[in-house]
Design a protein around this ligand. Structure first.
Ligand code: FES
Ligand code: FES
Length: 202
């Protein structure tokens, strides 16, 4: 698996924009002077729209660009960095959050699409200062090595247990099948899911 790029959602998004802006400005300044420069200036303006996102039970009124992903808004606008960014193209699952209780890749979801939905991130599974049952089970089963995939794995297990409170091993494996672990901690992740199921029942 490709090495995860830390903060790729933020830096990749900005670098693309800056690259495009730079290309526009370069084209303008090397062609027809002032008029072209005005064209370049226009391209740097970005339109935003008002969006209200309900995240972890709190409502956030935001100005967002329509192209922004939910992952970018969660991490870089709301500071919820528990949601990770491994690939930014729907391959690794490290960005998994719940949208209306269903596991979704936040890198493949536009922020404006999520308006009106109930969004839950890894931070939203906490019970005050206490870990939630799935988080606690991951700690107790040592279900990570580097830990980068762990928030996404936890969210997928949470979604799976909400739908299937007493899962078989096959259902557990299917539940986290959209989440890759480059460290190969799968056996521990599966055990953590089993333990979490018992915690949620008690
Ligand atoms: S960051 Fe890899 S699936 Fe979203
Ligand atoms: S990627 Fe390192 S623990 Fe899963």
């Amino acid at each position: 698996m490709k090495k995860p790029k830390r903060d790729a959602g933020h830096t990749a998004g900005l670098s693309r924009r800056r690259f495009m802006d730079s290309v526009a400005i370069l084209a303008a300044t090397t062609t027809t002077g002032e008029a072209a420069t005005q064209t370049a200036a226009t391209t740097t303006e970005t339109a935003t729209v008002k969006t209200v996102l309900n995240v972890n039970g709190r409502s956030h009124a935001l100005q967002v660009e329509p192209r922004w992903t939910l992952q970018y808004v969660l991490r870089d606008q709301l500071g919820l960095t528990g949601t990770k960014c491994g690939c930014e193209r729907g391959e690794c699952g490290s960005c998994t959050v719940l949208v209306n209780g269903v596991a979704r890749y936040s890198c493949m979801t536009l922020a404006v699409e999520a308006e009106g939905a109930e969004i839950t991130t890894i931070e939203g599974l906490m019970h005050g200062e206490e870990l939630g049952p799935v988080q606690q089970a991951f700690v107790e089963e040592d279900a990570f090595q580097c830990g980068y995939c762990a928030p996404g794995q936890v969210m997928s297990v949470e979604a799976m247990l909400r739908k299937t409170p007493d899962p078989s091993m096959e259902q557990i494996q299917e539940g986290v099948s959209g989440n890759l672990c480059r460290c190969g901690a799968y056996a521990h992740i599966f055990k953590a899911a089993q333990r979490a199921a018992t915690y949620r029942k008690s």
